[in-house]
Design a protein around this ligand. Structure first.
Ligand code: PAF
Length: 290
């Protein structure tokens, strides 16, 4: 496995692969890898001849007051995990390589249809930072396939939207959420939780699955269902940021007849902001906002 930190030699390697007709996969990450990332890597490895994993803690997706400098950086351990997986290249640029004139002067990519709802409300500018760095990584690597986690459901939709709008020649694939035994979605920010908080956080997935079950069993009142869910989360000692039932395809408010939904949550616990979601497919439509 090669570790490459600058764009020019990475492009050279990619050019050689392309000339040999190899299929290339990219898994963008911010490092601090865990089992969830490895499912993304495995998906890319299963589908591609060569896989690049980028490790870059992207400053432009952290909003003021967030944990950019404290974000866990575990590069040596990350490389050991990726090497064991037979990843071909780790691309680990520094901030100046990605943002040569500084992050604030860099061209930005925005997806206005999706960036100021749900997580975008408490993290204004976050998805612009994500879309910008992902557009850049896709242009640097020009992969056939790029894999992202379904845990960041809104992020995945933002990226799909951007790829479609900018006609980028890449297939974007979402990988299922990897979970701890208690249901907690795996996340780099779970390192902020102590043992007791780790147990408390199980309420998120338990609540989402219970809400999904109620919806499939014919629950008709979304406000009532959401209030119930918020109560569960608060009772476990978490501070909800939002809990919403949205249309899976575009995160709009569901209308009667919509069958493919996503229940999405964000909540604060100690130093961590945790997110999770479950998708629900309704056999019998009948939702209303009453
Ligand atoms: O999901 C992440 O880790 C990041 O948002 C991503 C996609 C690597 C962009 O920095």
């Amino acid at each position: 496995m090669d570790e490459i930190t600058t764009i020019a030699p990475l492009r050279e390697r990619i050019r050689e692969w392309r000339q040999s007709g190899l299929r290339i996969g990219l898994v963008p990450t911010m490092g601090n890898l865990h089992g969830g990332h490895l499912t993304l890597v495995d998906k890319a490895l299963a589908d591609c001849d060569r896989v690049v994993v980028s490790v870059f803690v992207n400053p432009t997706q952290f909003v003021p007051g967030e944990d950019f400098s404290a974000y866990p950086r575990t590069y040596a351990a990350d490389c050991a995990m990726l090497k064991a997986r037979n990843v071909d290249v780790v691309f680990a640029p520094d901030v100046a390589e990605i943002y040569p004139d500084g992050p604030s002067l860099h061209t930005q990519v925005a997806v206005p249809a999706l960036d100021n709802i749900l997580c975008g409300v408490s993290r204004p500018g976050h998805f612009r930072g994500v879309a910008t760095v992902v557009a850049k990584l896709l242009n640097i690597v020009q992969p056939d396939l790029a894999v992202f986690g379904l845990k960041d459901y809104q992020q995945l939709l933002v990226i799909e939207h951007m790829v479609r709008d900018l006609s980028l020649p890449v297939r974007v694939v979402g990988a299922a959420i990897a979970r701890e035994p208690n249901g907690l979605a795996m996340s780099s920010r779970n390192v902020y939780l102590d043992e007791q908080q780790h147990d408390q956080a199980a309420v998120l997935y338990a609540t989402l699955t219970a809400m999904a079950e109620r919806l499939t069993n014919g629950e008709h009142s979304l406000p009532g269902l959401i209030d119930w869910g918020l109560d569960q989360i608060q009772a476990a000692g978490l501070k909800p940021d939002y809990l919403e039932v949205r249309r899976a395809g575009d995160l709009a408010t569901p209308q009667a007849g919509d069958e493919d939904l996503v229940i999405a949550v964000a909540a604060y616990l100690g130093r961590a902001r945790l997110i999770d979601n479950v998708q629900v497919s309704l056999a019998t439509p009948g939702l209303h906002e009453g």
